[in-house]
Ligand binder design. Structure first.
Ligand code: THU
Length: 135
């Protein structure tokens, strides 16, 4: 794996430690890179009212937007799972909002298994603004 990708994944690994997941006990870390090269990190933040919890990917995207960036060029997600953790359906749509179909996504386990995919492979047939063209 290229050094650049390791940095993104290591950032996701690091922020995962700070996830707030007392209910599921499933900590997730995510990191996204914006076109200026900056890395933005996020972790899952659960709530006793379960639907109010937020995913790691959403946190990373919020950090990117807060930093003034509106596109992402690369994504990494990591969890202590038996196989590289796939982003939930909602997070796939959130990633698609800011990335391209060919934007690389690295999914990883804490023990070192990685899976390389893309936003387009994670969300084929995505809903986008073109579908609202007649409105
Ligand atoms: N979770 C994420 O943060 N990202 C994913 O891609 C999958 C699931 C979180 C949400 C919840 O806090 C916990 O993992 C269990 O679903």
């Amino acid at each position: 794996m290229a050094t650049e990708q390791m940095t993104l994944l290591e950032t996701a690994r690091d922020v995962r430690e700070r996830a707030y997941a007392p209910y599921s006990r499933f900590k997730v870390g995510a990191a996204v890179r914006s076109p200026d090269g900056a890395i933005h990190a996020g972790c899952n933040v659960e709530n006793v009212a379960y639907p109010e919890g937020t995913c790691a990917e959403a946190g990373a995207i919020a950090a990117m937007i807060a930093a003034g960036q509106t596109r992402l060029t690369e994504v990494a997600v990591i969890a202590d799972s038996p196989a590289p953790v796939p982003p939930c359906g909602g997070c796939r749509q959130k990633l698609a909002e800011f990335g391209d179909a060919d934007t690389p996504v690295t999914l990883a386990t804490t023990d070192g298994v990685t899976l390389r995919t893309t936003i387009g492979d994670l969300l084929p047939g995505r809903f986008d603004a073109a579908h609202m063209a007649r409105s």
